[in-house]
Design a protein around this ligand. Structure first.
Ligand code: ADP
Ligand code: MG
Length: 490
């Protein structure tokens, strides 16, 4: 723990000296001044944990100094020092915002007792503020990651430890999901502590290896230990019950937020599925009339062409193009809804990839965009629905090309996996995704493009899922995106 800091101001040099020694003996870092005006200067440069001011000073007395100090640092606890017989003034000082008063000459127990109380009061004031901030962050945030990071940060601040880690259950193990601060203790040691705490379901203080202390509290979601918050430190003097209470409160706040986020994402999932069904129905209804329109546009173009009406031909072509675009969107939407049974047949993934290439040639522009393939001949046949899988690959490729407005390289790689499956990577050097996009790419209708449908990624994921495959995205803003698909041999 960092040393506490105290500011003492008394115009009696002898008192000042005695007090400085006493406070240093109590473990304080002391700044002493005999001049109240100089003290105000000091206060505008730095903060203190506690202050002691003499009541009778000139030209500024202790009460005025307290007022001035609170203008700089509103929560600074001030102890007013008075000689015997000036109690009335001391009472006045407390009315003016001093925390307490002590009488001279000092009784050692009184001094240390009142200092401890002042520190505790300051600490609770600060903790209340931290908790209120945390509560506000949690109430306004949907993203679990953000919540966990906030909990780690606030725990570190409130417990004044060296590192705070939030662990969450993932499969069989607890994984560190947010870390604040730093220390050299291996995370596994903390993870073991987190596991024990999550199982026990109650906060605890534990002595770790080489004199380290850990404070841990469980994250209970619907009564089960879904994780734990662990704070650890080397030099923690003695963790108090307050520290434990505090970390338990932070942990329970995090648990509530996680439960809310789960509920919300379930709700959103349900709402999206319903929206998807409606959209599919609408798209289906649109398909036939669009086909008719396309046919008429074609006929119009022929007629105008026969009449030699160039303007008419041009308009008919524009209609045809617009209708074509609408048709593509409708087809996309229908494809998403129609997650019909796969028609699997033996197929070489490399061939599928090569099939996609001519389809995107016209998007390569005037040589600003490079398309590179690096295909592993050892990749064998897999049982794939080629129509569906081609659609998915094409979506990834088109997205990659669209992300490289200022030019760049798209690399498509295939590799045989030890289990005879395949890994396909589609990597671009384009714009990359920001956090929000990364979190929402698979959301139906989520798009950042003015003419996008936000369906491509959702469809592609459902195709990969239905093939029993894995899909990973690595993306860095300004650097590019890598899509990795792993398909099992089945
Ligand atoms: P659309 O392409 O119609 O916008 P998608 O579902 O294919 O819809 O993609 C959703 C969003 O994901 C895109 O709008 C884009 O913001 C982001 N995205 C997808 N692929 C990439 C990529 N390779 N690089 C950067 N952003 C991407
Ligand atoms: Mg797309």
């Amino acid at each position: 723990m960092t040393r506490r800091t105290a500011l003492i101001v008394d115009d009696d040099a002898h008192v000042l000296e005695v007090l400085e020694m006493r406070l240093e003996a109590l473990g304080f870092d002391v700044t002493a001044s005999a001049d109240p005006q100089a003290a105000i200067q000091i206060l505008s440069r730095r903060g203190f944990d506690v202050a002691l001011f003499d009541l009778r000073m000139a030209p500024i007395d202790g009460i005025a100094l307290t007022r001035a100090a609170h203008e700089k640092q509103s929560r600074l606890p001030v102890l007013i020092m008075t000689a015997h017989g000036t109690i009335d003034n001391a009472v006045q000082a407390i009315k003016e915002g001093a925390f307490d008063f002590i009488t001279k000459p000092f009784v050692p127990e009184e001094l240390s007792g009142k200092l401890a109380r002042a520190l505790l009061a300051r600490r609770w004031a600060r903790d209340r503020e931290l908790l209120r901030n945390l509560g506000e962050t949690l109430a306004s945030s949907n993203a679990v990651e953000h919540v966990l990071r906030t909990v780690a940060d606030r725990t570190l601040e409130a417990t004044e430890t060296e590192r705070a880690v939030v662990f969450l259950r993932e499969g069989d193990a607890l994984r560190a999901r947010a870390v604040a601060g730093a220390s050299t203790t291996p995370l596994v040691e903390l993870a073991a502590q987190a596991e024990a705490t999550a199982r026990r379901g109650a906060p605890a203080v534990v002595n770790g290896s080489d004199g380290r202390v850990m404070l841990a509290a469980p994250l209970l979601v619907d009564g089960t230990g879904e994780g734990a918050v662990v704070a650890e430190t080397r030099s923690y003097v003695v963790p108090t019950d307050d520290d434990l209470v505090l970390i338990a409160i932070f942990a329970s706040q995090a648990a509530v937020a996680i439960k809310n986020a789960h509920d919300r994402s379930r709700l959103r999932g349900g709402a999206l599925a319903a929206l998807g069904r409606v959209a599919t129905q609408v798209a289906h209804e649109l398909n036939n009339p669009l086909g008719g329109l396309k046919l008429y546009a074609g006929l119009l173009e022929q007629r105008f062409s026969k009449l030699g009406d160039e303007q008419g031909v041009d308009m008919a072509r524009k209609i045809d193009k617009a209708v074509g675009h609408l048709g593509e969107i409708a087809t996309d939407i229908t494809a998403y809804g129609g997650s019909h049974e796969l028609r699997r047949e033996p197929m070489r993934p490399n061939v599928l990839i090569e099939d996609c290439l001519p389809l995107v040639q016209d998007r390569l522009g005037d040589g600003r965009l490079q398309l590179v393939t690096d295909l592993d001949a050892a990749v064998g046949e897999l049982m794939l629905d080629q129509r569906e899988m081609r659609k998915a690959l094409l979506n990834f490729i088109v997205n990659g090309l669209e992300a490289m407005e200022d030019g760049g390289t798209l690399t498509i790689r295939s590799r045989a996996l030890p289990d005879n499956g395949v890994r396909i990577e589609i990597e671009d050097t384009g714009a990359g995704m920001d956090d929000e996009t990364r979190a929402r790419v698979f959301e139906l209708f989520y798009t950042t493009k003015s003419n996008g449908t936000g369906l491509g990624m959702a469809i592609a994921r459902s195709v990969v899922d239905r093939h029993g495959g894995r899909l990973d995205i690595e993306s860095e803003r300004g650097r590019g995106t890598r899509i990795r698909i792993e398909l099992p041999a089945r």
